[in-house]
Design a protein around this ligand. Structure first.
Ligand code: HEC
Length: 224
């Protein structure tokens, strides 16, 4: 064999071995960070393009109590009935059942708003307090529905007779004068059109017992 060929063979072997040494050294430094543990050699976790570590439990929105969005939809009669049956509380909240059958917490303000709204019972309806207010002494039935004290004082009051006839049935809705005039006799709101169905009158009243929003079950912790 000529020395040229031998040189080429040896040269190739030397370059091959040198490349091998450099490559292993390169892996040792980069992949194993100079240790024999080769921490970087462990497989990387599977990654997707979609972020999967977002908080899985959305924060339930908190509505101020005055905001319509958090109000329940309840029959106006149901609000009156629940309030009367709860012994007409002034400050204590009471439970009403909304259109979906869920329980909501209503207050005296919900009752007062029903008694003082125009156009509530039918288009063009005067509010109860339009006719039954502080001028009760000169009113046909001596009734003031514009204040808590007035409602409790009842009807057929005169200036010198501060307490009239109970219109709340002593805390029993179906025995109350209110129920009688609104449902049994169907004479109020006074001047109402014939055939008016008061059960179809729905108001926003009370707030849901629990905060609205879906409570997600805690997500399983991501596997590393
Ligand atoms: C347009 C005026 C007017 C409006 C509005 C009105 N009322 Fe009357 N209300 C009267 C008159 C008048 C009487 C007496 C009717 C009678 O004696 O036949 C009366 C009678 C009553 C009585 C009977 C009192 C008793 O002891 O005899 C009650 C209770 C009553 N109203 C409640 C209400 C409620 C609740 C509303 C609202 C849903 C309302 N009224 C709306 C005019 C009105």
């Amino acid at each position: 064999m000529s020395s040229d060929v031998r040189k080429i063979i040896y040269g190739t072997l030397v370059v091959f071995v040198a490349t091998l040494v450099v490559w292993i050294g390169f892996l040792f430094v980069l992949g194993c960070q100079g240790t024999l543990g080769c921490s970087r050699g462990s497989p990387t976790p599977v990654r997707t393009g979609v972020a999967t570590l977002l908080p899985a439990t959305p924060v339930a929105p908190v509505y101020p109590a005055s905001q319509g969005a958090a109000k329940c939809q309840v029959q106006a009669l149901e609000v009156l009935e629940a309030w009367v049956n709860a012994k007409s509380p002034e400050t204590e909240p009471f439970a009403v059942t909304d259109l979906s059958g869920a329980t909501c917490t209503a207050t005296l303000q919900d009752v007062e708003s029903i008694l003082s709204q125009t156009n509530l019972w039918y288009s063009g309806a005067a509010a109860c307090v339009t006719c039954h207010n502080q001028t009760f002494a000169t009113d046909a039935v001596g009734l003031d529905l514009s204040s808590y004290e007035g409602i409790l004082a009842g009807s057929h009051r005169t200036a010198d007779k501060p307490t009239g006839d109970d219109i709340l049935g002593g805390g029993n809705w179906e025995a109350s004068k209110l129920y009688q005039v609104l449902v049994t006799d169907a004479t109020e709101p006074f001047g109402r059109p014939a055939g008016l169905d008061l059960t179809r009158v729905v108001v926003f009243a009370g707030t849901p017992e629990s905060a609205p929003g879906v409570t997600a079950s805690p997500s399983p912790s991501p596997t590393p």
